[in-house]
Design a protein around this ligand. Structure first.
Ligand SMILES: *Cc1c(COP(=O)(O)O)cnc(C)c1O
Length: 333
């Protein structure tokens, strides 16, 4: 068997110290109704962790800040480049601005206008290129070479993984008996970091990944036993769109090793998750962030523990889109 990538709990603690001035600790609140809906399988309590309230509106700031703060003076001077569906780009732009680093953000034409506008407001150099995430990525690699910039990977990087893992430390402190974490899954940086932190402390904690059923690349890569490529599909969970990289170095193996179960949710189920967060908790959450709630509402997990935390990963959705979605969504139960 391949050995696991070398990202440790110590890296996560180091990340927490590094990013403290930029990324905030987010609220963990109990969701009584989600607890009730998850019965009869029967958890004692279900909590939601509100990364939609993180600065920049998503958890991505944790990894981005950790990566940028770890660059050498020379790398900071030359500037950074990244590729994003929106949230990572916004996080990199925000952290770069705070640190006085020039940032180039590459996005595909599929980027939502609200995410694009937010990145532009932060003063980053924006390059919109190609119809798909993979095409935008090719452009980013070209520019990186030409201009000698440092690539800030959206997920497949030890510093990014360790930064996202700081969520796991907060969960352990606020919910010491946690036995299940339900985590949105795309490239796998978020779930790798959280699983690493949780399982370093208690290997029995179950970590469950949730993806949309429209082109879930990590899900099918796990089934195939190697990173695969899939044609992109449009989804309400726009933050989860994109491949895992055919040359994936870290997250594929970490997800393979740490994640206990991966489940898929439909567009209708995701919409119900967004509407539930709005109605029950008065929280604005985006599609990619709603997949965990959607999985619990629709009883997608093979087993649910007693003390469950669901990661709500971001809130960057245009008001019109949220209201339109909430208008047709059907919350079960
Ligand atoms: C990036 C993102 C994810 C997925 O994170 P990965 O590290 O790519 O698995 C989930 N939700 C939101 C809101 C995101 O921005």
């Amino acid at each position: 068997m391949d050995s696991l990538p070398h990202v440790t709990l110590q890296d996560v603690y180091r990340a927490r110290k590094r990013i403290a001035a930029i990324a905030r600790r987010t609220l963990l609140i109990e969701s009584q109704l989600l607890t009730d809906r998850a019965r009869p399988a029967g958890p004692t309590d279900v909590h939601i962790k509100l990364e939609n309230l993180q600065a920049t509106g998503s958890f991505k700031l944790r990894g981005a800040a950790n990566k940028l703060l770890g660059l050498t003076a020379d790398e900071k001077e030359r500037g950074v480049i990244t590729i994003s569906t929106g949230n990572h780009g916004r996080a990199v732009s925000y952290a770069a601005r705070r640190l006085g680093i020039h940032a180039v953000i590459c996005l595909s034409e599929g980027v939502t206008q609200s995410k694009l506008a937010a990145i532009k407001r932060l003063g980053a150099e924006v390059v919109v290129h190609g119809a798909t995430y993979d095409q935008a990525e090719e452009q980013a690699l070209r520019l990186q070479q030409e201009r000698g910039l440092t690539m800030i990977e959206p997920f497949d990087d030890p510093d990014i993984i360790a930064g996202q893992g700081t969520i796991g430390l907060e969960l352990l402190e606020e919910l010491p008996d946690i036995d299940t974490a339900v985590v949105p899954l795309s490239g796998g940086g978020l779930i790798s970091g959280i699983a690493l932190a949780l399982k370093s402390v208690n290997p029995a904690i179950r970590v469950i990944g949730v993806s949309m059923d429209r082109a879930p690349v990590m899900y099918h890569s796990l089934l195939a036993g190697a990173p695969i490529q899939m044609e992109e599909e449009e989804t309400i969970a726009d933050a989860l769109v994109g491949g895992i990289g055919s040359a994936n170095k870290y997250t594929f193996r970490m997800v393979q090793h740490y994640v206990d179960e991966t489940v898929l949710v439909s567009e209708e189920e995701i919409a119900a998750g967004m509407a539930f967060a709005l109605e029950e908790h008065h929280q604005v959450i985006e599609g990619g962030a709603a997949v965990g709630i959607a999985a619990l509402l629709h009883q997608k997990l093979s087993q649910v523990g007693n003390h469950v935390a669901v990661i709500v990963s971001g809130g960057n959705v245009a008001t019109e889109r949220l209201l339109e979605t909430a208008g047709w969504a059907r919350i079960p139960g």
